[in-house]
Write a protein that binds this ligand. Structure first.
Ligand code: GTP
Ligand code: ZN
Length: 220
């Protein structure tokens, strides 16, 4: 499905004066009852072709991003990414709207209810009849290709994002850790991401072998 650029504006924020591009794309897939349009924003700073830019693909989390929920790390990660991009002066933050790992806000809140009964973040999704993680990163990778960004310093702990860029032939010259301090509300959520979803932690170096292992493990 072709990518459509909808807007290209100056975007002054308290962090920096970004350029903001908005994109949409029609999406059809077996897991969707009907075709729908997905959208994403790209906040761009500096000359992104002069060096491999810092890239953050951030999945929407209204509870975290807007209300600074302590149940997850999203708010702090969003600001970590913005701060790193501003420090370096060159970067792209892609904000994509697969809220709740693709199940949507209301289903995520139902999953939170289950987590209050003892389910972890993975089992709660499964109990509600959803896949563990419905996201794919086709739209973000298409945006990077649209921007002719062919090599990046990717800020993430999620091997799925690395796999998606690798598959799209976008080189990851460095993986920057997306670790942020945990708190008593987020500790079990963060450990479930590492132990059940295979997310990296700390400064664990990015290696293509790790990506290959992950693809292999997922295929088994
Ligand atoms: N279904 C579900 N989604 C959640 C839950 N907590 C956070 N999310 C969503 O998870 C997404 C963020 O994904 P994470 O797994 O935290 O991290 P990530 O983006 O995959 O990985 P990083 O790049 O390392 O941050 C956002 O869309 C959140 O809304 C939860 O308990 N259940
Ligand atoms: Zn969150």
């Amino acid at each position: 499905m072709p990518l459509r650029k909808i807007a290209d504006i100056k975007f002054p924020t308290c962090h920096a004066n970004f350029r903001l591009l908005a994109f949409e794309r029609d999406r059809i897939g077996a897991q969707f009852a009907e075709a729908h349009t997905e959208t994403a924003l790209a906040l761009i700073l500096g000359d992104i072709h002069s060096v491999p830019p810092i890239v953050r693909i951030h999945s929407q989390c209204i509870t975290g991003d807007v209300f600074h929920s302590l149940r997850c790390d999203c708010h702090d990660q969003l600001h970590l990414a913005l701060n790193r991009i501003v420090e370096e002066g060159v970067g792209v933050l892609i904000y994509e709207q697969q809220e709740g790992r693709g199940i949507g806000l209301l289903e995520k809140l139902r999953a939170y209810e289950l987590q209050e009964q003892g389910f972890d973040t993975v089992d709660a999704n499964l109990h509600l009849g959803h896949e563990v993680d419905l996201r794919d990163y086709a739209l973000p990778t298409e945006i990077l290709r649209f921007l002719t960004v062919r090599s990046v310093r990717l800020l993430t702990n999620n091997p799925d994002k690395m796999n998606a860029l690798h598959a799209a032939d976008i080189a990851i010259v460095e993986r920057i850790s997306a670790d942020v301090p945990q708190n008593s509300h987020s500790a079990s959520y963060l450990s479930a991401k590492r132990e059940r979803l295979g997310h990296l932690s700390g400064q664990e170096p990015f290696q293509l072998q790790h990506v290959a292992d992950t693809v292999f493990a997922a295929a088994k």
